[in-house]
Design a protein around this ligand. Structure first.
Ligand code: ZN
Length: 168
């Protein structure tokens, strides 16, 4: 299949729905994961949740630039510290804002082989984990954004904000 359409906040209500647990990792799920990776890369994103391509399954992919993390049924089991950094969302084009997130999270999930995995993320990766797992419950970053921090793409270029913001 390859590239899939990315759902847009303005037109796709599906982004507000809760994704279902994956019970069996079959060929459809494996194809979904491959397509999500391709779609994320094509959009220059750092992460993508299945609901963002219109599939209500608890599947997330994240590109750390050194590896691609594939998460099935991910759950945050530990969170500590806090950070407020800019986030953007592939489903909410051109708007960025700061969100209160934990500085460090530990996530449990399954990989594509059905094996249980535990991952730790700090800073950018912690934000990506939180943002994507929120998507699985129909939660968007604009629900949690620090109100004064919302900016559009043009403002961002003006301010020359560092390039560490995430587009997930
Ligand atoms: Zn997003």
């Amino acid at each position: 299949m390859g590239l899939r359409n990315i759902m847009n906040y303005h037109s796709d209500d599906i982004l507000r729905k809760k994704s279902r647990t994956v019970k069996k990792i079959d060929d459809r799920i494996l194809l979904l994961i491959e397509d999500m990776i391709e779609t994320m890369r094509a959009a220059n994103g750092a992460g993508l949740a299945a609901v963002q391509v219109g599939v209500l399954r608890r599947v997330v992919v994240i590109d750390t630039e050194t590896e691609i993390i594939k998460l099935i049924n991910p759950v945050i089991v530990e969170a500590s510290g806090e950070q407020q950094e800019l986030e953007g969302c592939l489903s909410i084009p051109d708007i960025y804002g700061k969100v209160n997130r934990p500085e460090k999270v530990i996530v449990q999930a399954m990989n594509e082989n059905g094996e249980s995995i535990t991952l730790e993320g700090t800073e950018l990766l912690a934000r990506a984990f939180c943002h994507e797992i929120d998507h699985l419950d129909g939660v968007l970053f604009i629900d949690k954004v620090i109100p004064d921090s919302l900016i559009n793409q043009n403002d961002m270029e003006d301010e020359k904000i560092h390039d560490e913001e995430i587009l997930v």
